[in-house]
Ligand binder design. Structure first.
Ligand code: AMP
Length: 395
């Protein structure tokens, strides 16, 4: 795996795919610069080597070069964070860009305009990719959030740098951290899979059954398993057509010696609201008119015990409706158990789906080993898929 550590960028122009797809408010100001911060180590290493950086990114989903999707709105924030005045050019290919690139000196940064102003970007157009490729000497991909897309700047452009392409620090660390769960894990390995639906998590579950010792199933998706085993789940979320699949997963897990932990009780409510009436209930006997919206106290204890005994932990999906305070308690208990296990030497990865939002909201971001930056990309890695943006660098 080639990373930027393998190159000296002295007098080289690095063409870097970053993920500067940051949120902007109505005044077009950056409201969360995490993604710019995340690309900083890569950019600084190149500048310190004596190279220059040509940054390319997308922003939102423009249809017709709308001003609100221009990357010019982030130049000021990027300059502050990177500590260098970032130059900007109002397109990503063409004469103006070629000129700006030829004038770029070591130590300088040039940000190109939104790649998605050109439809060829998302189509993965070869000619467009070649035009981008001509701008730099070495191609660096540091955009994990788009590594699952075979777009021009994330994948196709790499063809034009057979020997001179590599991962930036951020993308390399995403790959290394997911491999600590999927490849070189220390037992016992526990995956906590929660969230709303079985259908969106089934491929992950199937992929990780060969890699885990314990599988905790929580959140809305647990009710399909409970109902499939004959439980009464009242008005809880369920995917009736996925009941056979749920039973199949339980059988497969048994064959593979994976211990599955389903909730045993639930915090039930008579409405999907923080003002609803609340009761604690056995998960197999939820009355009609009530729905399970969080892991109950006995379940929290059960899940926490398993997590605290683990040496490798994957957290993907909340175990309750954590957005509503009264139903966040189970997810907080899971975060707390992961934090304790991590403090005792376990490796913990949070990624793919709403568990990242939950961990950040409840201030556990610095108490786990790694929080992934790419939702969809991390999901696909956990599903065992080869991401095109990663494959393009490895080839
Ligand atoms: P995901 O994006 O698949 O990780 O799903 C996250 C969503 O699942 C969150 O918005 C949670 O509110 C929701 N969720 C978790 N538990 C439940 C539940 N018991 N009933 C309904 N939705 C739930």
């Amino acid at each position: 795996m080639k990373t930027i550590k393998d190159f000296n960028f002295k007098n080289k122009k690095a063409l870097i795919r970053v993920d500067f797809n940051v949120p902007l408010n109505e005044k077009l100001e950056v409201t969360d610069a995490t993604r710019i911060e995340a690309a900083k180590p890569t950019i600084i290493k190149i500048l310190e080597d004596g190279g220059s950086c040509i940054l390319m990114s997308h922003l939102g989903r423009p249809k017709n070069r709308e001003n609100e999707f221009s990357l010019k709105h982030i130049v000021e924030t990027a300059s502050e964070i990177l500590g260098v005045k970032v130059k900007f050019v109002s397109d990503c290919i063409g004469d103006e860009v070629t000129r700006a690139v030829s004038e770029l000196k070591p130590g300088e940064i040039l940000l190109l305009e939104n790649l998605r102003y050109h439809g060829e970007e998302e189509k993965g157009d070869l000619a467009f990719s070649e035009k981008l490729a001509k701008l730099g000497d070495i191609y660096v991909n540091d955009a994990f959030g788009t590594a699952h897309r075979a777009h021009a700047s994330t994948t196709i452009v790499a063809k034009f740098f057979p020997e001179h392409k590599c991962f930036g620090y951020l993308l390399a660390s995403e790959i290394e951290n997911v491999n600590k769960v999927l490849r070189d894990s220390e037992a016992p390995v526990t995956a906590i899979i929660g969230g709303a639906k079985v259908s969106s998590k089934i491929t992950i579950i199937e992929n990780i059954l060969d890699k885990v010792d314990h599988l905790i199933i929580g959140g809305g998706m647990a009710f399909t398993f409970v109902k499939a085993q004959g439980g009464s789940i009242g008005n809880s979320l369920v995917e009736d057509d996925k009941q056979p699949l749920a039973l199949e997963i339980l059988t497969k897990a048994k064959q593979k010696n994976v211990q599955v932990h389903l909730p045993i009780d639930s915090t039930i409510a008579d409405a999907f609201s923080n003002e609803a009436n609340i009761e604690m209930c056995d998960i197999y006997s939820i009355p009609d008119g009530w729905m399970g919206l969080d892991a109950g106290p006995r379940t929290q204890e059960l899940f926490s015990d398993v997590i605290k005994k683990s040496k490798t932990i994957l957290f993907n999906g909340p175990v309750g409706v954590f957005e509503i305070p009264n139903f966040a308690i189970g997810t907080i208990a899971v975060c707390q158990a992961i934090a304790e296990a991590t403090a005792n030497g376990a490796f913990s990865l949070v990624g793919g789906g709403d568990s990242v939002a939950a961990v950040m909201q409840f201030h556990y971001g610095d108490k786990v080993s790694y929080v992934s930056t790419g939702g969809g990309a991390m999901l696909e890695m956990l599903e065992g898929k080869t991401l095109p943006g990663i494959a393009a660098i490895m080839e």
